[in-house]
Design a protein around this ligand. Structure first.
Ligand code: PLP
Length: 409
C-alpha cells in the first residue's frame, strides 16, 4: 500500500500519531473509515480476471485493483498493517482474530509433519497447549528448552528443526532470553525464528532488528490498550512474508475492520500510555523489592527484568529500551489461602486475566505445566498488571492486601 510518508525518521510518538492511513485518501478525515464488507466490485471482466487467485501463491496475485474481497483486507485493516510495518520495520503484517491466533498461524505456516520445533518452556500456556495438542497431532515433534539457554540452543538443533519459538520475558515469571545469540545460531542452520513480543511491544524491543524472522503480538494488550478488543498481529521480514501471507489466505483467519479501527486508535496513544505504565510499575516493583530486601514477613523476590536484582536484568538492559506494566512477586512461604486473602482484599486491582489495559489486575500464577525449567519459587506467585491509576492509590491497595495475607497465615 503506497502512502505519503508523514512520519518516517521522526520520534516514536510522532510516528504513532501519523503512521498508517493517509487522511487525504478519504476526503481528509483523520481516521480511516471502518469498512464493513465482503464484496468488492470490479469495473469490467478483464480487471476481475486479472485479480483472480488461482494458485497456492496468493502473494503473487496481480495488483491491478487494490481491493478484491473482504478476507484480503480493507482500507481499515491496511491502515493498521501499514502503521505496524512502520513500527516493526517489517515487509508485511497480517491481522488475525486473537493474540493466540497470532501464535498459531505462523507456526502452521512454517511447520509440516516430520518437522521439529523448539519452544521456550516459559511460554504463554495456550501456546504450549496448541503445540502439545494440534502440532503433535499433525506430526510435528515439539521440544521445550530453558529460557536461559542462549546460543547453547544450537545443541538442540536437529536436521529436521524448522522453527525456534521464543517469548521474552517469559510469561508470568519474566525470564529473559538472549535473542541475538539464539537467532544467529538458528540463522546459520536455516531455522525460522519467531518471537511472542507482546510484553515489550515494538516500542521497547524490535525483534526484526535483532535478527528475528517473525514478530508476534497480542494487539489485545498495549496496542488496543482499553480491554475492549481481541486481535493479533504478525509481522515478517522479506524472506518469510510470502509464506506467512499465503498461509493467512489459505486459512482465512483474517482480522476484521472494527477491531483494526480500535487497535489503530489505541496505537495513537500507546507511547504515552506505556511511559506511564512503565513509571508506575517500576515504582511499585521497587517498593516491593525494598520490602523483600528488608526482610518483610510475606514479600519475597520480585520478578521484573528492569530490576537490578533480577537474574536476566543484563540482557534486558542490553537489548530493550523500556519495560511495560506487568510483573510478578512471590508471597514468601505463603499458602494458597493467603494468596486468596491477598487477592480478595484488593479493591482497585480486579481479578482478571489479560493485561495491557488501563485498569490494574491481579492473577494467581499457575506453573505446573513447565517441564525443563520447573522450579520452586518459595511461595505463591502473584502477577500484577499495573494500569493507569495513581501510584499512591495502587500502593495503598497492595499494602492493605499484604496485611490481609499476613493475617490469614
Ligand atoms: C504473551 C501472550 N501472548 C499471547 C496472548 C494471547 O492474546 P489473546 O488474549 O488476544 O488471544 C497472551 C494473552 O494473555 C499473552 O499473554
Amino acid at each position: 500500500m503506497a502512502k505519503k510518508d508523514t512520519a518516517g525518521g521522526r520520534g516514536i510518538n510522532t510516528q504513532l500519531a501519523h503512521s498508517g492511513n493517509d487522511p487525504h485518501e478519504f476526503h481528509g478525515w483523520v481516521n480511516p473509515p471502518v469498512v464493513h464488507g465482503s464484496t468488492v466490485l470490479f469495473p469490467d471482466a478483464a480487471t476481475m480476471k486479472a485479480t483472480q487467485v488461482r494458485s497456492a501463491d496468493a502473494h503473487s496475485r496481480s495488483r491491478v485493483q487494490r481491493y478484491t474481497y473482504g478476507t484480503y483486507g480493507t482500507p481499515t485493516t491496511d491502515a493498521l498493517c501499514e502503521a505496524v510495518n512502520a513500527l516493526e520495520g517489517s515487509a508485511g503484517t497480517i491481522l488475525v482474530p486473537s493474540g493466540l491466533a497470532a501464535v498459531t498461524v505462523p507456526l502452521l505456516a512454517f511447520l509440516s509433519a516430520g518437522d521439529h520445533v523448539l519452544i521456550v518452556d516459559t511460554v504463554y500456556f495456550p501456546t504450549r497447549r496448541f503445540a502439545d495438542t494440534m502440532l503433535t497431532r499433525l506430526g510435528v515433534e515439539v521440544e521445550y528448552y530453558a529460557p536461559e539457554i542462549g546460543e547453547a540452543v544450537s545443541a538442540l538443533f536437529r536436521d529436521n528443526t524448522k522453527v525456534l519459538f521464543m517469548e521474552t520475558p517469559g510469561s508470568n515469571t519474566f525470564e529473559m532470553q538472549d535473542v541475538p545469540a539464539m537467532t544467529a545460531a538458528a540463522r546459520a542452520r536455516g531455522i525460522v525464528t519467531m518471537i511472542d513480543n507482546t510484553w515489550a511491544t515494538p516500542l521497547f524491543f524490535k525483534p526484526l532488528d535483532h535478527g528475528v524472522d517473525i514478530s508476534i503480538h497480542a494487539a489485545t494488550k498495549y496496542p488496543g490498550g482499553h480491554s475492549d478488543v481481541i486481535m493479533g498481529m504478525v509481522s515478517a521480514g522479506e524472506a518469510t512474508w510470502p509464506q506467512l501471507y499465503n498461509t493467512q489466505v489459505a486459512l482465512g483467519t483474517c482480522g476484521n475492520s472494527d477491531d483494526a479501527f480500535l487497535v489503530l486508535r489505541g496505537l495513537r496513544t500507546m507511547g504515552i500510555r506505556l511511559e506511564r505504565h512503565q513509571k508506575t510499575t517500576l515504582a511499585i516493583a521497587r517498593w516491593l523489592e525494598t520490602l523483600w530486601q528488608d526482610g518483610d514477613t510475606i514479600v519475597g523476590p520480585v520478578l521484573h527484568p528492569a530490576l537490578e536484582s533480577f537474574p536476566g536484568h543484563d540482557i534486558w538492559k542490553r537489548d530493550f529500551c523500556g519495560a511495560s506494566g506487568i510483573f510478578s512477586f512471590v508471597l514468601k512461604d505463603a499458602t494458597e489461602a493467603q494468596a486468596h486473602a491477598f487477592m480478595d482484599a484488593l479493591e482497585l486491582f480486579g481479578l482478571g486475566y489479560s493485561w495491557g489495559g488501563y485498569e490494574s489486575l491481579v492473577t494467581h500464577v499457575y506453573l505446573k505445566d513447565r517441564t525443563v525449567s520447573a522450579r520452586d519459587y518459595g511461595g505463591q506467585i502473584m502477577r500484577l498488571q499495573i494500569g493507569l491509576e495513581d501510584e499512591d492509590d495502587l500502593r495503598a491497595d497492595i499494602a492493605r492486601a499484604l496485611e490481609a495475607a499476613r493475617a490469614a497465615g
